[in-house]
Write a protein that binds this ligand. Structure first.
Ligand code: SF4
Ligand code: SF4
Length: 70
């Protein structure tokens, strides 16, 4: 099953919990500051296939990640 995620840049606080939990390593810290002054994380599906496992969304304390499955 293939999936993808969307990260709400306004909600993300850059804690990077999602970075460590993704088994595919698809989420990375970035140098991009959101309007609240947090370095947000980015999702790069070119690094591998998102399975839609939802681990990133479940661990996010800000509920900033939505997961979509095909
Ligand atoms: S749903 Fe799973 S595979 Fe997809 S980005 Fe989140 S943790 Fe990684
Ligand atoms: S767990 Fe949530 S708040 Fe923390 S870096 Fe990931 S998306 Fe941002």
């Amino acid at each position: 099953m293939a999936g993808k995620i969307e990260i709400d840049q306004m909600l993300c606080k850059g804690c990077t919990l999602c970075v460590g939990v993704c088994p595919k390593g698809l989420i990375s810290p970035s140098q991009h500051l959101n309007p609240k002054g947090y370095y947000v994380v980015t999702f790069d599906e070119a690094k591998g296939e998102c399975t839609g496992c939802t681990l990133c969304a479940v661990i996010c304390p800000e509920v900033a990640i939505e997961v979509y499955r095909d």
